[in-house]
Design a protein. Sequence first.
Length: 174
Amino acid sequence: MELELDTRKRIYEQIKESPGIHFRELERRLKLVVGSLQYHLQYLEKKNMIVASNDGDYVRYFAIDKNLNKKEKKILSLLRRSGCRHILIQLLNNPDLNNKDLSLAVGLSPSTISWNLNKLVEAGVIERKKTGRISNFTIIDPTKVAELLICYKESFLDTLVDGFIEMWEFKSSK
């Protein structure tokens, strides 16, 4: 059996619970040394239990048995970035915000917001609507983003996610 070793099992379970997690986050959460983590990740990949996906900045890991499609993996990869996650939560609660509004709401500089917005637009998760010199942003599939946030809420370790879920579930029950 591939998961005989406790360390390997812990790695696999962490990836299964936190799809889209990257190497350094696995290292931090599991308190493993780099070499050991690399070895076990390579083994799990070779046995087709996990798949590694490069999002341009990070290599992210997904359990094969999770049945996530390409779009869901992309959204989860972006949700793993706190800036993107906070922007998406704001846009779920208040669609059609501009860069300045998002910067004030999220508490990040306009340039950091712009960088994250560009990542989200390039990935096809949000769309930009220009009116003169102002761009407003909306999520293309807000239900899917909300579902992924709710489904994997424990893996984000973020109180903002918890607050969003309470509000989303309250809105849905009305």
